[in-house]
Design a protein around this ligand. Sequence first.
Ligand code: SF4
Length: 186
Amino acid sequence: MLFDLLERLSSLTRVWFREHPLLTELQPIQLSALLYLARCNRYSNTPLAVTEYLGLTKGTVSQSLKALETKGFLNKVADARDKRSVHLELTPPARALIESVMPPDFLVGAAQRMGARASDLEGLLLELLRNIQRGENVASFGLCRTCRFHQTTASGGFCGLTHEPLEAKEVDLICREHKIADNSLG
Ligand code: SF4
């Protein structure tokens, strides 16, 4: 059954993270917050966006973010235009940690053994995720380059929602404002 497979995979992932020697100091929520912040763009690195992405209560997320700040994994930086709003920026040690554990070895090894079928599976899982998100009417948090607001201009990427230019590296990050394009599953 699909549910059993997903549950087994997520439980194996949890165990792998829990037993990883570099991650012993991090609680699962703290790790999830770090993984999200390492993948999201500048419109999405706020405490509220982390709360929405993880689907947890504000209090729980706020405690985890505080713990990560104390451990030296993130800094709170005031928004340049709205001083009441803060952005959560990962520190170099946090980025180095994420780079050394992601993607998990067990997944890379299994995908290599599957060959081209691993890409087919990725496409199918994305289709499953988008169908669930459409059905439940929840935010997609998809890749910027697949967003219906994403535009490519002569000088590079451009966001049609915020009317701001996008750096090349930003188009491969996930966004809280992402809206699925009609012809895409991204
Ligand atoms: S184009 Fe879409 S995904 Fe990219 S920054 Fe704008 S709203 Fe976010």
